[in-house]
Every structure is written in structure tokens, then in C-alpha cells.
Design a protein around this ligand. Structure first.
Ligand code: ATP
Ligand code: MG
Length: 241
């Protein structure tokens, strides 16, 4: 398979940067991206945080589809693509252009992994997302499935149907299904790692060590991006705090 992400937007004139975190559930993405956000803000840079499956516009229909078990792999994929496109066109792309450090907790690679595991053709999924710019850096938090699952399930009484990949009939036991599903997603990430220029961070390290490794990769991206004088952003968009 040789599909490449082709962008209809030129990144060349962008003044900001796009930093993406990827990895299986529980790999530590949100923990790390939150710390990166605080760090970049402390340097006086303007940041914007966005996460997978969070667009207000599509949220209702996705949760209704999930609740009623109505989604097929294709409709599941397209609804998530709509969520992404909404956030992309409204926030991600304009803010990169405006000089922000945009921090994405999951990006198109999450769709590539999950939708392919659900049975969509990789070349098709890549085409659906072909409008999206390539990130400046993709931090891939690599962690064995068992460790990640233990982190996630600690203190949780159950896993949700789609989260566990129950729609794939992998097992009647949600926990077993979740393990198999996450294992397959991990396989997809590992395949992508060979062609999508991931920066691998060892997700088994402690939080501080992973943060240090992540900052080291982002440091070279900072030069050339204008800092605000106050160290705080003043824009009309939602920023993480
Ligand atoms: N390096 C680490 N060592 C041990 N526990 C960690 C580490 N990093 C994060 N955790 C803990 O593991 C759990 C999952 O972390 P986090 O929410 O950052 O993962 P995630 O990749 O964002 O997961 P998801 O994909 O489900 O959103 C949290 O309880 C977090 O505190
Ligand atoms: Mg998370």
C-alpha cells in the first residue's frame, strides 16, 4: 500500500505548528499533551488543544448511532471524519495559519488504525482524510497492550461497546474483546510507524522522562514561531487550561 497523505493545504506558509499525539488507549497521550501545552504556554507561545471526537456538531449523531448500535464500519468512519473535518476547518487549520501551536490529541492516524481494524480499506480511509495537513511532529507513545489496558481499566467498572470493539464480534467478553481490539490497533500503529514518520516515545517510561523526550522533539519547532509578550493567548477560541 502506498497511499500517502496528500494535503490540499500548503503547509509552507503556515506560521504555527501542528503537534500530534498518537497511540493506543492508555498509552499516556493526554497526560503528555497536557504537559506540553502548559510548557508551551509558559514559553509565551499561543496554543490550541483539540481532541478526537469532540466536535459539538457531530457529537449527538455519533453517540446516538453508538447507543443504538446502528453504525457500520463505513458510517462509523465517515461520522468521525465529519467530526474531524469540522474541527479541522474551524480551528486546526486556521490556527496553524495564525501562528498557533496546535496540539491534537489523536489525528488522522487514529482513523487509519481504527477504521482499518473495523474493515475499511486503508487506501479509502487515507483518501477520506487527504485534505488534512501533515503534522510537524507525530509523537507515537508505544506501550505494550497489557500495560495500557491495566492503566485504563484501573478503577473502571466497564468498557463501552465500541471502545471494546464489540461490534467486531471478537469475543463475547468485553474485556477480552478490548484486549484483542487494542492489540490489532497497535499492529496498525506499528505498520504506520514504518511509513508515516512517527517519533516513537517509550510509553513505559515514567511521566517525567516521557515529557523530557517529547519536549526534546518539539524544541526545534519553536524557533520561528512568535511568542506573545504576555505569555498568554487572547483569542476567541477555546484553549486548554
Ligand atoms: N508514564 C505513565 N506511567 C504510569 N501511568 C501513567 C503514565 N502516563 C499516564 N498514566 C496514567 O494512565 C492512565 C491513562 O493515561 P492517559 O489518559 O494519558 O492515556 P491516553 O493515551 O490519553 O488514553 P486514551 O486513549 O484512553 O484517552 C491515566 O490514569 C494516567 O494517569
Ligand atoms: Mg486521552
Amino acid at each position: 500500500m502506498e497511499a500517502k497523505v496528500v494535503s490540499r493545504h500548503s503547509h509552507a506558509k503556515s506560521r504555527g505548528r501542528l503537534i500530534v499525539v498518537e497511540g493506543i488507549d492508555g498509552s499516556g497521550k493526554s497526560t503528555q499533551v497536557h504537559l506540553l501545552d502548559k510548557w508551551l504556554k509558559s514559553l509565551g507561545l499561543r496554543t490550541f488543544f483539540t481532541e478526537w471526537n469532540s466536535s459539538e456538531m457531530v457529537r449527538g449523531i455519533i453517540s446516538k448511532g453508538k447507543r443504538k448500535d446502528l453504525l457500520t464500519p463505513t458510517t462509523f468512519s465517515l461520522l468521525h471524519a465529519t467530526d474531524f473535518a469540522d474541527r479541522y476547518e474551524r480551528n486546526i487549520y486556521p490556527l496553524i495559519r495564525a501562528g498557533y501551536f496546535v496540539l491534537a490529541d489523536r489525528y488522522i492516524y487514529t482513523a487509519f488504525a481504527r477504521d482499518v481494524v473495523r474493515g475499511c480499506a486503508e487506501s479509502w480511509v487515507r483518501k477520506v482524510y487527504a485534505f488534512a495537513v501533515k503534522p510537524d511532529v507525530i509523537l507515537y507513545f508505544r506501550v505494550p497492550v497489557e500495560i495500557a489496558i491495566n492503566r485504563i481499566l484501573e478503577g473502571r467498572s466497564k468498557v463501552k461497546y465500541y471502545e471494546a470493539g464489540m461490534d467486531l464480534n471478537l469475543s463475547n467478553d468485553p474485556y477480552e474483546s478490548y484486549r484483542i481490539f487494542q492489540g490489532r490497533i497497535m499492529e496498525q500503529y506499528e505498520l504506520m510507524n514504518r511509513k508515516d514518520e512517527f517519533v516513537v516515545i517509550d510509553g513505559t517510561m515514567d511521566i517525567e522522562a516521557q515529557q523530557a523526550a517529547s519536549r526534546k522533539m518539539i524544541m526545534p519547532l519553536i524557533s520561528g514561531v512568535a511568542a506573545t509578550t504576555s505569555g498568554r493567548s487572547s483569542n476567541g477560541y477555546r484553549n486548554t487550561q
